[in-house]
Design a protein around this ligand. Structure first.
Ligand code: PMV
Length: 360
């Protein structure tokens, strides 16, 4: 069992490389059982599971060059332009991880990043962005310590990414990642994500996620504010229990291909996440009228055709439409003819499950 101390690297007596650069392409992910509610230091109140995506990714290059004075120093460029307004978030992240990767303060760091999806699409880029940065930093550690196993590399990358954004811990590997301790899963941990253990039914291979961009604006509630709303939430304890039960049930469905249970849990999790926001204080409604239009259309279509289509939501108005590879033609036709009209500027992204981050 890995402890927090296992991730502390001591570079005191080591000759550090002078300079270099690493590039990673790191996907976003969509939670099936949601993480909502956390405790210090960025530990989840309940375990979660997500599909790693493929088309929605962040591409990050980290250049590092040794400097004389110790202390954090970095620049961030986004889509080629210097982005000083991203600095505070990155600075907090680097400060948090410094204990585990102390060499970061011995370098001038230049971060160059871009997303495959529009920045203001309402798709959270913190998961893919933080995971990409964590992987670049771990690559420096691997250069210092080439004997490191790939298992440790991924675990620690997930551990570091988590300290930037909880869900980022689930963006290192794929196609299914669990983050958070669960009683039935020995290897699960609050500290990092692990790949879903055991075989997954073939119906979930190459699973599709069409993301309907209902509202492309900035997030109405930041996830930090959202998680904190669970601190004194009247239904919090029951919700955390439910997430644990749902993770057990969905694990079984993922193994035996029980679509009814899979769909039921996914939709219930999405609506519960939003119910938690509606019943917190202050309270929020993050769905838009078109979110509900889409949900109702999906339900009507499913009742009529028995298609294995379902939806999930993030902490926003966009709808992720999930469906198996085998049914993609009929469901794609339905999406294009019936759902696209509810998207802002008819924008949507065809995504699917992927296998995690790649070094470029
Ligand atoms: O990683 P954060 O702190 O942005 O939180 C993500 C929370 C949800 O996206 C709503 C749910 C999840 O598990 O990804």
């Amino acid at each position: 069992m890995q402890q927090e101390q296992d991730f502390i690297f001591n570079n005191a007596k080591i000759n550090l490389p002078e300079q270099g650069s690493f590039t990673f392409k790191t996907p976003s992910n969509i939670a099936l059982v949601k993480y909502w509610g956390k405790k210090e230091p960025q530990l989840p109140e309940n375990p979660s599971i997500s599909f790693t995506l493929d088309a929605c990714f962040t591409l990050t290059t980290l250049e590092y060059k040794k400097k004389d004075k110790d202390g954090l120093n970095f620049e961030i460029y986004f889509e080629g332009k210097k982005k000083d307004d991203f600095k505070p978030k990155i600075a907090t992240f680097l400060k948090r991880i410094q204990k585990y990767v102390p060499f970061v303060s011995e370098y001038n760091l230049i971060i160059n990043s871009r997303n495959s999806f529009p920045h203001s699409s309402g798709i959270a880029s913190s998961a893919s962005g933080m995971a990409a940065l964590a992987l670049c930093i771990m690559s420096i550690e691997k250069e210092i310590n080439p004997k490191m196993s790939s298992e440790y590399f991924n675990k620690k990358a997930s551990f570091l990414a988590r300290l930037g954004s909880g869900s980022a811990s689930r963006s290192i590997e794929g196609p299914l990642v669990i983050w958070g301790k669960h009683k039935d899963l020995d290897k699960s941990s609050d500290l990092f994500g692990i790949k879903f253990p055991g075989p997954v039914h073939e119906v979930f291979n190459n699973y599709h996620d069409t993301i309907l961009l209902v509202d492309e604006g900035e997030k109405q509630v930041s996830s930090t504010v959202g998680h904190n709303l669970m601190d004194n939430h009247p239904f919090a304890e029951k919700r955390f229990e439910q997430a644990n039960e749902n993770l057990s049930k969905i694990s079984t469905a993922l193994k035996n291909g029980d679509m009814k249970i899979f769909i039921n849990i996914i939709e219930s999790e999405a609506l519960t996440l939003h119910a938690m926001m509606m019943t917190s204080n202050p309270y929020f409604i993050l769905m838009k009228p078109n979110t509900l239009e889409i949900i109702n259309k999906i339900w009507q279509f499913r009742n009529k055709t028995n298609a294995n289509i379902c939806f999930t939501l993030d902490a926003g108005a966009n709808v992720h439409v999930l469906y198996p590879e085998k049914e993609k033609e009929a469901i794609n036709n339905f999406i294009i003819s019936e759902l696209i009209k509810y998207c802002q500027n008819k924008n949507y992204i065809n995504d699917r499950t992927g296998f995690g981050a790649k070094q470029i």
